[in-house]
Design a protein. Structure first.
Length: 318
Protein backbone atom coordinates (compact mmCIF):
# COMPACT_ATOMS: atom_id res chain seq x y z
CA UNK A 1 0.00 0.00 0.00
CA UNK A 2 2.71 2.43 0.99
CA UNK A 3 4.73 1.50 -2.07
CA UNK A 4 1.74 2.25 -4.34
CA UNK A 5 1.23 5.65 -2.67
CA UNK A 6 4.91 6.58 -3.12
CA UNK A 7 4.78 5.49 -6.75
CA UNK A 8 1.65 7.57 -7.34
CA UNK A 9 3.27 10.60 -5.70
CA UNK A 10 6.36 10.19 -7.84
CA UNK A 11 4.21 10.07 -10.98
CA UNK A 12 2.37 13.23 -9.93
CA UNK A 13 5.65 15.08 -9.27
CA UNK A 14 7.11 13.91 -12.56
CA UNK A 15 4.07 15.14 -14.44
CA UNK A 16 4.00 18.52 -12.70
CA UNK A 17 5.71 21.36 -14.58
CA UNK A 18 9.04 22.40 -13.13
CA UNK A 19 8.95 25.78 -11.44
CA UNK A 20 11.53 27.99 -13.13
CA UNK A 21 13.74 30.18 -11.01
CA UNK A 22 12.68 33.82 -11.35
CA UNK A 23 15.08 35.75 -13.57
CA UNK A 24 17.40 38.16 -11.83
CA UNK A 25 16.57 41.84 -12.35
CA UNK A 26 18.36 43.75 -15.07
CA UNK A 27 21.62 45.27 -13.92
CA UNK A 28 23.89 47.68 -15.79
CA UNK A 29 27.41 48.64 -14.71
CA UNK A 30 29.80 51.04 -16.44
CA UNK A 31 33.35 49.80 -17.07
CA UNK A 32 36.21 52.12 -18.07
CA UNK A 33 38.72 50.61 -20.52
CA UNK A 34 41.41 52.64 -22.38
CA UNK A 35 42.28 54.11 -25.77
CA UNK A 36 41.29 52.25 -28.97
CA UNK A 37 43.68 49.63 -30.26
CA UNK A 38 45.00 48.54 -26.86
CA UNK A 39 44.49 45.44 -24.78
CA UNK A 40 41.97 46.89 -22.33
CA UNK A 41 39.29 47.69 -24.96
CA UNK A 42 39.73 44.20 -26.43
CA UNK A 43 39.43 42.61 -23.01
CA UNK A 44 36.45 44.78 -22.05
CA UNK A 45 34.54 43.76 -25.17
CA UNK A 46 35.30 40.07 -24.54
CA UNK A 47 34.30 40.37 -20.88
CA UNK A 48 31.00 42.08 -21.69
CA UNK A 49 30.13 39.37 -24.23
CA UNK A 50 31.11 36.49 -21.90
CA UNK A 51 29.11 37.90 -18.99
CA UNK A 52 26.08 38.47 -21.20
CA UNK A 53 26.29 34.82 -22.33
CA UNK A 54 25.97 33.43 -18.79
CA UNK A 55 23.82 36.22 -17.29
CA UNK A 56 21.74 37.95 -20.01
CA UNK A 57 20.33 40.45 -17.52
CA UNK A 58 23.76 41.79 -16.58
CA UNK A 59 25.06 44.45 -18.98
CA UNK A 60 28.58 45.83 -18.88
CA UNK A 61 28.57 49.22 -20.58
CA UNK A 62 32.04 49.97 -21.94
CA UNK A 63 33.47 53.48 -21.80
CA UNK A 64 36.69 54.42 -23.61
CA UNK A 65 39.16 56.37 -21.47
CA UNK A 66 42.79 57.47 -21.61
CA UNK A 67 43.86 54.42 -19.60
CA UNK A 68 44.73 53.43 -16.04
CA UNK A 69 45.50 56.92 -14.74
CA UNK A 70 42.21 58.42 -15.87
CA UNK A 71 40.35 55.28 -14.81
CA UNK A 72 41.51 55.74 -11.23
CA UNK A 73 40.50 59.42 -11.31
CA UNK A 74 37.04 58.56 -12.66
CA UNK A 75 36.57 55.80 -10.10
CA UNK A 76 37.43 58.16 -7.24
CA UNK A 77 34.95 60.68 -8.63
CA UNK A 78 32.24 58.01 -8.89
CA UNK A 79 31.96 58.52 -12.66
CA UNK A 80 32.56 54.83 -13.35
CA UNK A 81 31.32 51.76 -11.52
CA UNK A 82 34.31 49.68 -12.55
CA UNK A 83 37.53 50.17 -14.49
CA UNK A 84 40.45 48.17 -15.83
CA UNK A 85 43.67 49.20 -14.09
CA UNK A 86 47.15 47.98 -14.94
CA UNK A 87 49.24 46.55 -12.13
CA UNK A 88 51.70 49.41 -11.61
CA UNK A 89 48.97 51.98 -11.10
CA UNK A 90 46.69 49.60 -9.20
CA UNK A 91 49.36 48.74 -6.64
CA UNK A 92 50.31 52.37 -6.05
CA UNK A 93 46.71 53.53 -5.67
CA UNK A 94 45.54 50.67 -3.47
CA UNK A 95 48.62 50.66 -1.25
CA UNK A 96 48.23 54.39 -0.60
CA UNK A 97 44.68 54.03 0.76
CA UNK A 98 43.93 54.01 4.45
CA UNK A 99 41.50 51.70 6.26
CA UNK A 100 38.70 54.25 6.18
CA UNK A 101 35.54 53.90 4.08
CA UNK A 102 35.39 55.28 0.57
CA UNK A 103 38.16 53.03 -0.74
CA UNK A 104 38.66 51.58 -4.20
CA UNK A 105 38.67 47.79 -4.20
CA UNK A 106 39.61 44.90 -6.49
CA UNK A 107 36.69 42.94 -7.94
CA UNK A 108 38.36 40.41 -10.26
CA UNK A 109 41.63 39.76 -12.11
CA UNK A 110 42.18 40.56 -15.77
CA UNK A 111 45.39 38.72 -16.61
CA UNK A 112 49.08 38.51 -15.85
CA UNK A 113 50.60 40.89 -18.37
CA UNK A 114 54.09 39.91 -19.55
CA UNK A 115 55.93 42.93 -20.95
CA UNK A 116 57.85 42.57 -24.22
CA UNK A 117 59.60 44.63 -26.85
CA UNK A 118 58.85 43.83 -30.48
CA UNK A 119 60.76 44.77 -33.63
CA UNK A 120 60.45 43.71 -37.28
CA UNK A 121 62.13 40.35 -37.86
CA UNK A 122 64.62 42.01 -40.23
CA UNK A 123 65.73 44.53 -37.57
CA UNK A 124 69.27 44.20 -36.22
CA UNK A 125 67.94 44.90 -32.70
CA UNK A 126 67.97 41.69 -30.67
CA UNK A 127 67.96 42.79 -27.03
CA UNK A 128 67.29 45.72 -24.72
CA UNK A 129 70.87 47.01 -25.04
CA UNK A 130 70.28 47.22 -28.78
CA UNK A 131 67.60 49.87 -28.12
CA UNK A 132 70.23 52.38 -27.06
CA UNK A 133 69.83 55.47 -29.24
CA UNK A 134 66.74 54.05 -30.97
CA UNK A 135 63.16 55.34 -31.14
CA UNK A 136 60.89 53.24 -28.93
CA UNK A 137 57.10 53.58 -28.85
CA UNK A 138 56.65 53.02 -25.13
CA UNK A 139 52.87 53.39 -24.83
CA UNK A 140 50.25 56.02 -24.14
CA UNK A 141 50.65 58.89 -21.69
CA UNK A 142 48.31 57.37 -19.08
CA UNK A 143 49.05 53.66 -19.44
CA UNK A 144 50.49 51.47 -16.73
CA UNK A 145 52.32 49.59 -19.48
CA UNK A 146 54.32 52.75 -20.14
CA UNK A 147 55.38 52.82 -16.48
CA UNK A 148 56.39 49.17 -16.72
CA UNK A 149 58.40 49.83 -19.87
CA UNK A 150 60.30 52.68 -18.23
CA UNK A 151 61.06 50.40 -15.28
CA UNK A 152 62.40 47.65 -17.56
CA UNK A 153 64.65 50.13 -19.36
CA UNK A 154 65.89 51.61 -16.10
CA UNK A 155 66.55 48.19 -14.56
CA UNK A 156 68.40 47.20 -17.72
CA UNK A 157 70.79 50.14 -17.38
CA UNK A 158 69.17 52.51 -19.89
CA UNK A 159 67.85 55.95 -18.97
CA UNK A 160 64.40 56.18 -20.61
CA UNK A 161 64.87 59.92 -21.15
CA UNK A 162 68.44 59.96 -22.42
CA UNK A 163 69.48 56.57 -23.75
CA UNK A 164 66.45 55.96 -25.98
CA UNK A 165 64.19 58.24 -27.98
CA UNK A 166 60.92 57.62 -26.15
CA UNK A 167 57.71 58.02 -28.14
CA UNK A 168 54.49 58.46 -26.17
CA UNK A 169 51.27 57.71 -28.01
CA UNK A 170 47.86 59.36 -28.01
CA UNK A 171 46.25 56.01 -28.89
CA UNK A 172 47.68 52.57 -28.18
CA UNK A 173 46.71 51.46 -31.67
CA UNK A 174 49.13 53.95 -33.26
CA UNK A 175 52.26 52.08 -32.16
CA UNK A 176 52.36 49.19 -34.66
CA UNK A 177 51.94 51.53 -37.63
CA UNK A 178 54.89 53.61 -36.42
CA UNK A 179 57.10 50.51 -36.33
CA UNK A 180 55.93 49.35 -39.74
CA UNK A 181 56.59 52.71 -41.44
CA UNK A 182 59.91 53.31 -39.67
CA UNK A 183 58.97 56.14 -37.34
CA UNK A 184 59.74 53.85 -34.40
CA UNK A 185 62.41 51.17 -34.20
CA UNK A 186 60.63 49.15 -31.53
CA UNK A 187 57.35 48.90 -29.65
CA UNK A 188 56.82 48.03 -26.00
CA UNK A 189 53.62 46.31 -24.93
CA UNK A 190 52.14 43.64 -22.72
CA UNK A 191 50.00 40.50 -22.81
CA UNK A 192 50.20 37.70 -25.36
CA UNK A 193 46.84 38.71 -26.79
CA UNK A 194 47.69 42.42 -27.06
CA UNK A 195 46.40 43.73 -30.45
CA UNK A 196 49.64 45.61 -31.20
CA UNK A 197 51.64 42.42 -30.84
CA UNK A 198 49.27 40.52 -33.10
CA UNK A 199 49.47 43.24 -35.75
CA UNK A 200 53.27 43.12 -35.94
CA UNK A 201 53.50 39.33 -35.59
CA UNK A 202 51.26 38.85 -38.63
CA UNK A 203 52.72 41.70 -40.72
CA UNK A 204 54.73 40.81 -43.85
CA UNK A 205 58.19 39.70 -42.79
CA UNK A 206 57.09 38.90 -39.24
CA UNK A 207 58.43 40.20 -35.95
CA UNK A 208 60.89 39.43 -33.17
CA UNK A 209 59.96 39.62 -29.48
CA UNK A 210 62.29 39.92 -26.52
CA UNK A 211 62.31 40.80 -22.84
CA UNK A 212 65.06 42.08 -20.55
CA UNK A 213 68.28 40.12 -20.16
CA UNK A 214 67.85 37.34 -17.55
CA UNK A 215 70.56 38.92 -15.40
CA UNK A 216 68.66 42.22 -15.29
CA UNK A 217 65.37 40.73 -14.06
CA UNK A 218 66.17 40.67 -10.29
CA UNK A 219 67.10 44.36 -10.38
CA UNK A 220 63.93 45.23 -12.31
CA UNK A 221 61.76 43.33 -9.83
CA UNK A 222 63.40 45.23 -6.97
CA UNK A 223 62.27 48.55 -8.45
CA UNK A 224 58.52 47.83 -8.26
CA UNK A 225 56.64 45.51 -5.87
CA UNK A 226 53.88 44.99 -8.44
CA UNK A 227 56.18 43.22 -10.91
CA UNK A 228 56.54 39.45 -11.18
CA UNK A 229 58.84 37.16 -13.13
CA UNK A 230 56.80 35.76 -16.05
CA UNK A 231 57.47 33.44 -18.97
CA UNK A 232 55.97 33.72 -22.44
CA UNK A 233 55.80 30.14 -23.72
CA UNK A 234 57.35 29.12 -27.02
CA UNK A 235 54.92 29.44 -29.89
CA UNK A 236 52.90 32.25 -28.35
CA UNK A 237 53.68 34.25 -31.50
CA UNK A 238 54.42 33.04 -35.05
CA UNK A 239 58.09 32.06 -35.53
CA UNK A 240 58.77 32.32 -31.76
CA UNK A 241 60.68 29.08 -31.26
CA UNK A 242 61.79 29.57 -27.65
CA UNK A 243 60.22 30.71 -24.40
CA UNK A 244 60.91 34.32 -23.37
CA UNK A 245 61.73 35.22 -19.78
CA UNK A 246 60.45 38.65 -18.81
CA UNK A 247 58.60 40.61 -16.13
CA UNK A 248 55.01 41.70 -15.83
CA UNK A 249 52.16 42.37 -13.45
CA UNK A 250 48.52 41.53 -12.94
CA UNK A 251 45.85 43.93 -14.12
CA UNK A 252 42.52 44.16 -12.31
CA UNK A 253 38.88 45.14 -12.50
CA UNK A 254 38.67 47.83 -9.81
CA UNK A 255 35.45 49.11 -8.25
CA UNK A 256 34.50 52.59 -7.10
CA UNK A 257 33.78 53.15 -3.44
CA UNK A 258 30.36 51.98 -2.36
CA UNK A 259 29.59 49.70 -5.30
CA UNK A 260 26.71 47.49 -4.13
CA UNK A 261 27.65 44.09 -2.70
CA UNK A 262 24.89 42.35 -4.62
CA UNK A 263 26.10 43.82 -7.92
CA UNK A 264 29.68 42.73 -7.27
CA UNK A 265 28.62 39.23 -6.21
CA UNK A 266 26.60 38.85 -9.38
CA UNK A 267 29.47 40.12 -11.54
CA UNK A 268 32.12 37.90 -9.93
CA UNK A 269 29.83 34.88 -10.23
CA UNK A 270 29.29 35.68 -13.93
CA UNK A 271 33.03 36.10 -14.52
CA UNK A 272 33.64 32.74 -12.85
CA UNK A 273 30.92 30.99 -14.83
CA UNK A 274 31.94 32.74 -18.05
CA UNK A 275 35.66 31.85 -18.02
CA UNK A 276 35.35 29.47 -20.95
CA UNK A 277 33.37 31.97 -23.02
CA UNK A 278 35.91 34.69 -22.21
CA UNK A 279 38.83 32.43 -23.21
CA UNK A 280 37.22 31.86 -26.61
CA UNK A 281 37.28 35.58 -27.32
CA UNK A 282 40.43 36.76 -25.51
CA UNK A 283 43.68 34.78 -25.62
CA UNK A 284 44.45 35.04 -21.91
CA UNK A 285 40.82 35.00 -20.83
CA UNK A 286 41.26 31.90 -18.68
CA UNK A 287 43.45 33.96 -16.34
CA UNK A 288 40.40 35.99 -15.29
CA UNK A 289 39.48 33.19 -12.87
CA UNK A 290 38.65 34.97 -9.56
CA UNK A 291 40.72 32.32 -7.78
CA UNK A 292 43.86 33.95 -9.18
CA UNK A 293 43.34 36.91 -6.84
CA UNK A 294 44.65 34.81 -3.95
CA UNK A 295 48.26 35.25 -5.04
CA UNK A 296 47.95 38.57 -6.83
CA UNK A 297 46.81 41.11 -4.21
CA UNK A 298 46.54 41.39 -0.42
CA UNK A 299 43.17 40.24 0.91
CA UNK A 300 42.51 43.71 2.36
CA UNK A 301 42.34 45.16 -1.15
CA UNK A 302 39.44 42.96 -2.25
CA UNK A 303 35.85 44.17 -2.45
CA UNK A 304 33.99 42.56 0.49
CA UNK A 305 31.63 40.75 -1.90
CA UNK A 306 34.58 39.33 -3.86
CA UNK A 307 36.23 38.19 -0.63
CA UNK A 308 32.98 36.54 0.46
CA UNK A 309 32.58 34.80 -2.91
CA UNK A 310 36.12 33.43 -2.77
CA UNK A 311 35.53 32.23 0.78
CA UNK A 312 32.35 30.49 -0.37
CA UNK A 313 34.16 28.54 -3.08
CA UNK A 314 37.10 27.67 -0.85
CA UNK A 315 39.54 30.03 -2.54
CA UNK A 316 39.89 32.78 0.07
CA UNK A 317 43.32 34.46 0.03
CA UNK A 318 45.51 34.11 3.14
Amino acid sequence: MLRRRLLALALILAAAPLRAEPPEPALRVVLGTATPGGGFPAYGAALAAAVREVDPGLTIELRATKGSTENLTLLKAGSLDLALVQGEYAYEALAAQGPESGRLTVVSPVDATPGLFVVPAASPIRDVEGLRGKAVALGTHSSGLTVMGRTVLQGSGLDPERDVRTILLDRAGDGPAMVLDGRADALWGGSVGWPGFRTLATAPGGARFFGPAPGAIPGILALRPSLRRLTVPAGAFPTQAEAIETVGSWSFVVARAGLDDAAVTRLVRAVDRGKAALARQYQQGSESDPRNLAGAVPAAWLHPATAAYLHGIGAAPP
